[in-house]
Design a binder for this molecule. Structure first.
Ligand SMILES: *Cc1c(COP(=O)(O)O)cnc(C)c1O
Length: 402
């Protein structure tokens, strides 16, 4: 090629342009860096803050039983699994964990994935194909949406928690030749509200659909000892595919799918993240086992009760100070701001004042629906929640949020 003398162009220049645009709009927050442990009072970016940002609902990330199990597993089995599950990466620890979760959830079988994200995306795309229909709540998690897209099935979205709208879709598609799946989050991650599971199960039974629930925010939170939304609503036997995460209340990392033995054995053969991505390190599997042992004990029940007592207390203190969050039924507390730049500013000022609660804007929530999201933990002390409520009110008032 002759040298034309033109300047070398950067093919990624458009990324820089887009980024600069986001920065100018004030919607490109920096990552907060945690120094030390994930706890309710901890240090991010050199500042001690009350942590309302974590999904560590029960304080298990630093629990001594999980630490001990992880350390022992490292000593005994090393640092990594060395292969995908279907080649050489299935360790006894992985099988024991799956059996333990299946018992805990009162189902036939369970498969553990590397994350809740891969559990959803891998399962939806393995179970459904391009002839099939997915009927999905409009606020379902991104991993469900990605799994649905990967499946190439037709996707129809019903209005958030709107059982009638879901039924309308099912009636309109009554003659659908392929398989049909109704899918919902158990607890919605950005609003903290709970899906109308019994009514959706009724629809699934009436219209012969597969019923699938993503219980990422319900695992360890709802139901007896944190058994999830199926237990909470006593819908045992009515949900064919239950997804949960090991990354939130369970305190470690991973996701799982519970269902019939045949469903699980099929996923062993067809779920792409299971087939093509290495399994958990021994420490992770062992820590998860310790977490479920704990949840299944009186201490676990006590932690779940404490989580709900703290949630009630914090919501009452916030309401007293003029905050509203009507939709929330769980420890997830969204404080509506609307404008994304203002939500990020609210979060930044809170951080300066000693409270860490992240702002969420597009694409995590819809444009114009930016909010601050606070999450309560069983590990919060009352005095911290009280101080956090005071600081939230002090910062929110001048911004016109309350
Ligand atoms: C967090 C979350 C996931 C993903 O779980 P990870 O284990 O973090 O990958 C899936 N679904 C919902 C509803 C979630 O909130």
């Amino acid at each position: 090629m002759p040298d034309t003398g033109t300047q070398k162009q950067n093919p990624l220049q458009y990324i820089t342009d887009q980024l600069n645009d986001l920065r100018a709009k004030g919607v490109a927050p920096k990552l907060r860096v945690l120094e030390g442990e994930q706890k309710t009072l901890c240090t991010f970016d050199g500042r001690e803050v009350i942590n309302l940002a974590s999904n560590n609902y029960l304080g298990l990330t630093t629990h001594k039983a999980l630490r001990k199990a992880a350390l022992e597993a490292v000593r005994k089995y090393g640092a990594g699994a060395g292969a995908v599950r279907t080649i050489a990466g299935t360790m006894k620890l992985h099988m024991e964990l799956e059996e333990q979760i299946a018992r805990f959830k009162n189902v036939e079988a369970c498969v553990v994935f590397q994350s809740g994200f891969t559990a959803n995306a891998g399962t939806v795309s393995a179970v459904l194909g391009k002839e099939d229909l997915i009927v999905s709540d409009e606020l379902n998690h991104a991993s469900i949406i990605d799994g649905a897209r990967l499946s190439k099935a037709t996707i129809k979205v019903f209005k958030h928690k709107d059982v009638q709208d879901c039924e309308r879709i099912l009636e309109e598609t009554a003659a659908w030749p392929g398989h049909k799946l109704i899918i919902t989050d158990g607890v919605f991650s950005m609003d903290g509200d709970i899906a109308p599971l019994p009514q959706l199960c009724d629809l699934a039974e009436k219209h012969n659909c597969i019923m699938m629930v993503d219980d990422a925010h319900a695992s360890g939170v709802l139901g007896r000892g944190g058994r999830g939304s199926i237990d909470h609503f006593n819908c045992h036997g009515r949900v064919h595919i239950q997804v949960g995460t090991l990354s939130k209340a369970i305190g470690a990392m991973g996701g799982y799918v519970c269902g019939s033995r045949d469903l699980i054995e099929f996923l062993y053969l067809r779920a792409r993240p299971f087939l093509f991505s290495t399994s958990h390190p021994p420490a992770t599997a062992a820590a998860c086992q310790a977490a479920f042992t704990l949840l299944d004990s009186p201490e676990g029940e006590k932690l779940v009760k404490k989580l709900w007592a703290n949630t009630k207390y914090f919501k009452r203190e916030l309401k007293r100070r003029g905050f509203k969050f009507a939709a929330s039924e769980t420890p997830i507390i969204p404080i509506h701001v609307g404008d994304a730049a203002k939500a990020f500013e609210f979060s930044r000022q809170l951080f300066e004042a000693g409270v860490f609660a992240p702002a969420v804007g597009f694409p995590t929530v819809a444009e114009g629906k930016a909010r601050l999201r606070a999450i309560v933990s069983a590990a919060h002390k009352r005095e911290h929640l009280l101080r956090a409520a005071d600081i939230l009110a002090e910062v929110a008032k001048p911004l016109g949020i309350i």
